[in-house]
Ligand binder design. Structure first.
Ligand code: SF4
Length: 580
């Protein structure tokens, strides 16, 4: 097959299709969403392999485990914080006798472009003692899937693939394997039930087996083509370790770094170098580097996990430098400039003067531009919902004081209601936390507490907090902003339609008269504010569903409907022409 220009996420998805995937499950989250969108698109066109969004990352993980138990290759996709949600099945799955290859794809977001926190999922892989592949290019993202499935099935372990935003969301040419080299789906038997039952006596044995496997996994890392090592014995001053995108930035500065090295080190060439694309850490290769050079510079994207581990692994007289030592920045992403700086390579003269003149132009422009913080789309239904809530809150605060009113929000487009001009909420922590925090604040004595949550986030992990509120008859009001879509990640379908919300909430035990469904629009603001204040007075749990379709979802839906209508019309016209 010819080259294809693909996003990193799409390359990985295509790799999974060509490596015999049977089932893909995930929860949308930037920057991982496009993997599952690619697989779902394929599923809708070809009917196989299965690809589905799930309620949350935990349910996705458990579905993939079910497929793996059945001997099928499966993949789970999520953003880094999603791994916290499925940490329970994730950690336990490392003790199972994995049958069909199981890959957990986690997309980290260094610099928090679209996240509430920064995490490095390699810590999780290390914690669970499972292998982790970290691609540097789109081609590697494609190819590593084959190796990850093979390793998972050979060693009976789950395997993580760590992506990062820049790779997930940039495009490059990818050359897929020829059709003859693509793998078919597994057609093998179920897993061994003894290896899949984590009862204490059996789990203890599995844990011992997992510890024994570590030596093999380590040997495989030392021999892996993804961990290439180049030794230059002429340079004993420095060796370089790269991982992920760190290698790209190092390679970008190589021409100038070579000149600098030759000038400083009598043409002895570049320092020894090890790239780490497969975990666990290749200890033998790292020790080889330490035998060659006194100092090791680690260039890694994300948190300084390699640097940290090397300090305990290598002889004490080996100096390890990188992010922990302050040579590279701890916050934000790596980039070619901060890597050049760490290598001691000055910015090229022409580059420098270009940057200075461009910077001058840019700063002049910036000075004259008004600030543009992210905002809700103009006409977004959340704006009207928050305006009504603000009105109700103002009245309640005037009567009871601000310590007796608390508004907790959640993760979604509506998080933007926290900033000006709405300033409508006081907390944003993690998926589902709004309802739990509203309940906790109420139990702690706050008279009026609100948990504001989207329909999808409610189904993801808000629902269990509502169960707690019902079981404890906690006075609090859950406000579910139902815009019929998962808007923030690009308008995926909500896992259940809006029509399912009311029966679900009543089924949980919310009293019928305290489940209010309101159309949210400018004309209803006063009436909606009155109802919100009324429900806040109720000394038990109440739910208000505020309904209006997201504008973006409306745009996509009507575009699809128009295209469908145009196709139908064209078919009708063709039929008429044929009749004649
Ligand atoms: S995408 Fe939809 S929900 Fe998000 S801000 Fe825009 S209109 Fe509102």
């Amino acid at each position: 097959m010819n080259e294809m220009v693909l996003l990193g996420d799409e390359a990985l998805a295509l790799g999974a299709l060509h490596a015999g995937l049977s089932c893909g499950f995930g929860y949308p989250g930037t920057p991982s969403t496009e993997i599952m969108e690619y697989l779902i698109d394929n599923y809708e066109k070809n009917g196989d392999p299965v690809a589905q969004w799930c309620s949350n990352e935990k349910t996705a993980y458990e579905s993939a485990l079910g497929a793996s138990f059945l001997g099928k290759r499966s993949i789970i996709t999520m953003k880094h914080v999603g791994l916290n949600v499925c940490a329970d099945p994730f950690m336990n799955s490392s003790l199972l006798g994995i049958k069909g290859g199981l890959i957990i794809v986690v997309a980290d977001d260094p610099s928090m472009h679209s996240s509430q926190g920064e995490q490095d999922s390699r810590f999780y892989a290390d914690f669970a003692m499972i292998p982790c592949f970290e691609p540097t290019t789109q081609q590697e993202a494609y190819e590593m899937v084959f190796d990850a499935f093979a390793l998972s099935e050979k060693e009976h372990v789950p395997v993580m693939m760590r992506m990062v935003t820049r790779l997930a969301h940039s495009r490059a040419a990818v050359t897929p394997v020829s059709p003859a080299n693509r793998l078919s789906q597994n057609d093998i038997s179920k897993g061994d039930r003894i290896e899949w039952m984590l009862l204490p006596a059996l789990a203890r044995k599995n844990y011992e087996k997992m510890l024994e496997k570590q030596k093999t996994l380590n040997d495989l890392s030392n021999q892996s083509k993804w961990n290439p090592i180049v030794i230059n014995e002429m340079r004993d001053d420095l060796a370089i370790v790269t991982s992920g995108l760190g290698r790209n930035y190092y390679l970008e500065s190589l021409g100038d770094y070579m000149q600098l090295s030759n000038a400083r080190y009598e043409n002895h060439g570049l320092p020894s170098m090890l790239h780490i694309g497969q975990w666990p850490l290749p200890e033998e290769s790292l020790n080889k580097l330490a035998e060659t050079a006194k100092t090791i510079l680690v260039i890694e994207e994300g948190m300084p996990i390699i640097e940290k581990k090397l300090r305990g692994l290598l002889p004490q007289n080996t100096k390890v430098i990188g992010k922990l030592s302050g040579l590279l920045p701890r916050t934000g992403e790596l980039n070619p400039d901060n890597v050049r700086k760490a290598l001691g390579v000055p910015l090229h003269d022409s580059m420098l003067s270009l940057m200075i003149s461009k910077n001058r132009e840019a700063s002049e422009l910036l000075e004259n531009l008004p600030g543009r913080p992210p905002q809700l789309c103009k006409g977004c239904p959340h704006h009207d919902s928050y305006t009504a809530l603000n009105k109700a809150v103002a009245g309640l605060t005037a009567n009871a004081g601000s310590d007796n009113v608390a508004v907790m929000a959640d993760i979604g487009c509506y998080s933007l209601g926290a900033s000006a001009p709405l300033n409508a909420c006081e907390t944003i922590v993690c998926m589902g936390a709004s309802l739990g925090m509203a309940r906790g604040a109420s139990q702690a004595g706050c008279k009026y507490t609100f948990g504001v949550i989207g329909d999808s986030t409610f189904l993801h992990s808000g629902i269990t907090n509502l169960v707690d509120a019902v079981s404890t008859k906690t006075p609090m009001t859950a406000i579910i902003l139902d815009n019929s879509i998962v808007a923030m990640t690009g308008c995926q379908k909500t896992i259940l339609p809006s029509s399912a919300l009311e029966p679900l909430i009543l089924g949980l035990g919310i009293e019928k008269e305290h489940l209010r469904v309101l159309a949210t629009n400018p004309a209803n603001i006063d009436e909606n504010a009155r109802i919100i204040a009324e429900e806040a007075e109720y000394r038990g749990p109440s739910v208000i569903i505020m309904v209006r379709e997201c504008l973006e979802a409306f745009r996509i839906r009507t575009k699809k409907e128009r295209a469908k209508a145009a196709l139908a019309e064209a078919a009708q016209n063709n039929a008429k022409t044929g009749d004649k």
